[in-house]
Structures are given as structure tokens and as C-alpha cells.
Design a protein around this ligand. Structure first.
Ligand code: AMP
Length: 570
């Protein structure tokens, strides 16, 4: 397919500010895409050139992109820089300047989607001496083969700033409509996507083999599985309504979730966002090699920072391990312990449909415990008194709370169901609760906060409509350190208009962001409010921490907050 067609689609998508309209436009377009291009177009529309878990990085800096624009347009670099300052966007700069390119510079040939994709991958493989120059040259060639409009999107894709407003769920919706004629079938696509979170594979399987092919998608060791999540209750007594009989009660550690895949080629560690974080944890890799047996497996656990005596330390300390440099130094500075709690695959067999009891039995068989790797602390009981005792013990040990799991439940990939229930100390202390919310906008700061933001506008995720609904303005609890960090962190996601999937009500921000950054917010209460899209608002919201381990779609859902509001009896 001609890349120009895709550029025209992007231009249309860019103009829409409604999620539904975006899905409609996308599905009409996808219907016309040839089978062999469907995977590529699905990735590109998400602003990616591979599935997220593959961790493919283009490594093009804005400066290099502008150099490429200068070369492709025949306009000197100073002029390009000036246009960049005027437009504030490298994509627009490319579009504007390439319209002016002299006819002598127009090469023959048209750019296809396939060629663009292959060349972008070539850029990722270009390393070593002289690689920057070579990357720029590949980009120049792509820009010269495309129209000025196409150039705008090529530059944005190369810089990772495409921001079409579409998320994975938007693409799955559009695929369901395009290929099955019925939006309802998205559920089936979503089920497959939970086991195989790769939009390209889902799109291609659907296009080539239909829903029958989708049904057959199974665990593939080395490719992450979306993690199972927990519901919350407002009183411990409610647990038995949801899980009758025996309860497996585990400590809820305040660390980072890990999903470990072992194949004959080695071990890969994925984060909750399904990023490959193996390189950050060479120590954990060694513990896994020494303490876990099996030809191939997929296991899960929580990694926590520990002190010299093996006692757990705060989440923020562990976050120092999230780095690309000085890794060995931090292995020593911040030692960790892996608490394993699940097994999803073992020696050629998927355990997803086995019970929790069977999965953890198998896990116990393959792990030999050590100081840095062990099974999660656990009691099995049907007595809520004992559950509370264990909870109090965990709080004393400085854990976050407990996880209560149904013994006979299967692993529900990507699902926040009632087979796992979390019980944290915030729930036990009166009205307070924490929420993971997505920053969708901000208000400029005044006085002490001038130069940064005075408050953020935050939203929860409506997983039914695939939208982000505002629920609170957030100003309290933002420390000077965070305030200094925020503009840098958010700038990448700033857009000049309301992103299509964001829904607001009376309160609208001064700056918009593509929903990406998640924050944890503590609040005293949920109240009715016309000011926010959800129709509810948080009272006394307080910023707790950045949740870099969560993606926007992993935020607290609108449904959860509505349930909490109803339960509070208002
Ligand atoms: P939340 O982020 O509050 O929805 O809680 C779910 C998270 O708790 C998981 O993603 C894990 O990172 C973490 N966690 C800590 N201990 C456990 C455990 N024993 N079982 C499952 N998840 C756990």
C-alpha cells in the first residue's frame, strides 16, 4: 500500500476529537488494507514499529531529524531550526519546508508502507561509528520519497511523537468492525490479546484466518502475557461473598511485578507494562538461573528492595533500579528479593487454565529458596479472623497489605476479576483510598509554581468505551522535586487539542496531554460533581507517587470508582 494513503488517514484522524468517529474512520480504512500490510499499519497507527514488548528503539534525536529535513529539502539548517522554533513540532517543520523543496530534488518513486517500515527497522539496526550519519541518510531518503504531508508523519513516527490518539483497544475495536462486521467480536480479540499482546499478530491472524485463527492463539514463551489483576472490597467480610470456601492469602508486596520467561535461548524479564527489563536486573537473572529449574517456564512474582537484613524497603528505593546506566553499581546499592507467586507455563505446557492450587504447587516444586528469591508468604484458611491476623502481621512487616486468591480459579490474563482481591492498609483505615489516574491536562502554576504546573487534570479509564474520563484536579502533595520533573516528563505527550479519547466536563485544562503518565492519588471521599466527566469527583486528592510501572489503560477504571461510590452509600 502507498504510504500516501496512510498519511491521508492520519490527517483525518488528527482532525477528529471523538473516540467513536476515530474508530469508524479507522475501521473503514482497515477494511481496504491488503493482508500483507495489516500488521505494519496496526503498529504504525499506534506510533510504533513493533510490538511494545520487543523494545525496538529508533534512537533518533530531534536534532538528527531536523538535519534530515534540511538535507531532504535543500534548506540550510539554521532556517530549519527557525521553522522548528516557530511551529514547535518537527513534523510540521518537515511538512512546511518540504513543500518548498526545489523540483530538482524531487526523486522518482513512491514510498510504500512496507518500505517505510523496513527502513525504519534498518535504522534500529544501525549502530557503531558513523551510525548517526547513516540513520539521517535513511531518513532523508524516506522524506524525499514521500509527500510533504507524509513527511510530517514520518518524522513524528521516527521521533515517537505520532500521537494519533488511538490506543491498543481502539485498534482492536476497529479491527473487529472491519473484519467481522460486529463490534461485539472485540471481546474475542481482547481475550486473544490478553494472551498475545501484539496488535500486529492479532491483526494479521484475523485478516488471514478469521475468528477461528484468533481462537487458537496460545501462550508463546518469550512473549509476555497480560497480567491478572485484583479487585478491591470495602470490608473484609465481603471477601466470602466473592470467594466462597478456602482462601489463599498472600502478602501484597510494594514492589514491581515481574513476569519471567525462560526458553532454551535464555531468560527474559517483563514488567507490568510488558517492557523487557532484563538488563536492569542482572542479579535477578542469576538468582533465577540458580534457584528455578525447568527447560522452559513462565512465572510471576514481585521484586522488592531489601536492606542488609533482608527486610523490605519502600517502592521509591526500588525505583532507583529503573535505569540504563550504572546498573552494576546499583545492583550493589539496592539489593532486591524476588517473591514468586504464580506459574503460567512449565515444560511445554500452558498452566493458564489450571487452578491456582495446581499452579502454585508446581511453582513450589521448581523453586529452591534463597535470600534473594523465595515464594510469597502465604496462609491458606477459610477463617476471616486468621486472614485479619495475617494482614496485621504483614503491616508490621511493612508490606502493603494482602492478596486474597481463590484456590480453584484459573489465571485470567489481563483481567481484574474477583478471583484475586486486594486488601490494603488504606482500605482498613476509614475513608481513604488510592487511585491510579492518568494525567490528561494541566494548569499553569502561579507564584511559587510559575514555570511549572500549578495543578494537573486527572482521569480514570473507562474500559467499556475506551475513553479517559476526568475525575479530579490535583495540586496537593506535589513536591518541589516532582514539580520540577513534571514539565520534562509531560512535554513529550503535550498536544494542541483535546485528545480524541479524553472526555471532560466543566473543568478543562490549559494544556492537554495524550493520556500516558499515571499517578497514584490518595483521596478521602468520592462525591457527585458536574465538573468532571465521570460525574463524580475526589475530595481532598493528594499526590502520592508517579506510577511509571503502569500504562494509561491500567489506571483505575470508571466502573471501579462508580462501584466504590455506590458502596459508600451516597
Ligand atoms: P494494584 O496495583 O493495587 O492493582 O495491585 C496489583 C499489584 O500488586 C500487582 O500488579 C503486583 O505488582 C502487586 N503484588 C504484590 N504482591 C502480590 C501478590 N502476592 N500477588 C499478586 N500481586 C501482587
Amino acid at each position: 500500500m502507498d504510504f500516501q494513503k496512510l498519511a491521508e488517514l492520519y490527517q483525518e484522524l488528527e482532525k477528529t476529537s471523538s473516540g467513536n468517529k476515530m474508530r469508524e474512520i479507522l475501521s473503514i480504512f482497515l477494511k481496504k488494507v491488503p493482508e500483507e500490510d495489516i500488521a505494519v499499519i496496526s503498529y504504525l497507527t499506534l506510533g510504533q514499529i513493533a510490538s511494545e514488548y520487543e523494545g525496538v528503539v529508533l534512537g533518533i534525536a530531534e536534532k538528527s531529524a531536523l538535519k534530515a529535513v534540511a538535507k531532504a529539502s535543500g534548506i540550510d539548517e539554521a532556517k530549519v531550526k527557525k521553522t522548528m522554533q516557530e511551529t514547535g513540532d518537527a513534523g510540521l517543520t518537515a511538512e512546511k519546508l518540504l513543500q518548498k523543496k526545489p523540483q530538482t530534488l524531487v526523486p522518482m518513486g513512491k514510498l510504500t508502507v512496507k518500505e517505510l517500515f523496513e527502513k525504519l527497522h534498518k535504522i534500529t539496526r544501525t549502530t557503531g561509528a558513523g551510525s548517526q550519519e547513516e540513520k539521517i541518510n535513511i531518513l532523508v531518503n524516506l522524506l524525499q520519497k514521500s509527500s510533504p504531508k507524509g513527511a510530517k508523519y514520518i518524522i513524528r513516527i521516527a521521533l515517537g511523537t505520532l500521537r494519533m490518539g488511538a490506543g491498543d483497544m481502539t485498534v482492536l475495536d476497529a479491527l473487529a468492525i472491519a473484519y467481522t462486521g460486529d463490534k461485539k467480536n472485540k471481546e474475542q480479540l481482547e481475550r486473544a490479546y490478553n494472551i498475545c499482546p501484539d496488535v500486529g499478530i492479532i491483526a494479521e491472524t484475523l485478516a488471514k484466518k478469521g475468528l477461528k485463527g484468533i481462537e487458537k492463539i496460545d501462550v508463546h514463551v518469550g512473549r509476555p502475557i497480560k497480567m491478572m489483576l485484583a479487585q478491591r472490597v470495602d470490608s473484609l467480610e465481603k471477601v466470602h461473598e466473592k470467594i466462597p470456601g478456602k482462601l489463599a492469602v498472600e502478602a501484597k508486596y510494594d514492589g514491581e511485578r515481574m513476569q519471567v520467561h525462560k526458553t532454551k535461548d535464555g531468560i527474559t524479564i517483563f514488567s507490568r507494562r510488558m517492557e523487557n527489563i532484563t538488563e536492569q536486573y542482572p542479579d535477578v537473572l542469576k538468582y533465577l538461573q540458580e534457584h528455578v529449574s525447568g527447560k522452559d517456564y513462565v512465572i510471576e512474582g514481585e521484586i522488592v528492595a531489601i536492606d542488609k537484613d533482608g527486610k523490605p524497603l519502600h517502592f521509591q528505593i526500588l525505583m532507583q533500579r529503573k535505569r540504563k546506566t550504572d546498573i552494576e553499581e546499583y545492583v550493589k546499592k539496592v539489593p532486591v528479593q524476588l517473591k514468586l507467586f504464580d506459574l503460567l507455563y512449565y515444560n511445554g505446557k500452558s498452566f493458564l487454565h489450571e487452578s491456582y492450587e495446581k499452579r502454585t504447587e508446581q511453582l513450589a516444586k521448581i523453586v529452591t529458596k534463597g535470600k534473594h528469591i523465595t515464594l510469597a508468604d502465604r496462609v491458606v484458611t477459610d477463617d476471616l479472623g486468621q486472614v485479619d491476623q495475617f494482614f496485621q502481621k504483614m503491616l508490621k512487616e511493612k508490606q502493603e497489605g494482602i492478596m486474597i486468591k481463590a484456590m480453584n480459579s484459573e489465571y485470567q490474563a489481563g483481567t481484574r476479576g474477583w478471583n484475586w482481591i486486594k486488601w490494603k492498609k488504606e482500605y482498613a483505615t476509614e475513608m481513604t483510598d488510592t487511585f491510579d489516574l492518568v494525567i490528561v491536562g494541566a494548569f499553569y502554576g502561579k507564584g511559587k509554581r510559575s514555570g511549572t504546573y500549578g495543578a494537573l487534570l486527572c482521569a480514570c479509564y473507562n474500559d467499556h468505551n475506551d475513553t479517559f474520563e476526568t475525575i479530579t484536579k490535583l495540586g496537593t502533595g506535589l513536591t518541589d522535586e516532582i514539580l520540577a520533573e513534571l514539565p520534562k516528563k509531560l512535554q513529550k505527550y503535550q498536544v494542541g487539542h483535546k485528545p480524541a479519547r479524553v472526555v471532560v466536563s466543566e473543568i478543562k485544562p490549559e494544556v492537554w496531554f495524550e493520556p500516558t503518565v499515571v499517578v497514584e492519588v490518595l483521596a478521602a471521599e468520592i462525591t457527585k460533581s458536574p465538573s468532571h466527566a465521570l460525574g463524580l469527583a475526589l475530595r481532598f486528592p493528594r499526590f502520592m507517587k508517579l506510577r511509571d510501572d503502569k500504562k494509561a489503560e491500567q489506571a483505575t477504571t470508571s466502573k471501579e470508582i462508580q462501584q466504590m461510590y455506590r458502596k459508600s452509600g451516597k
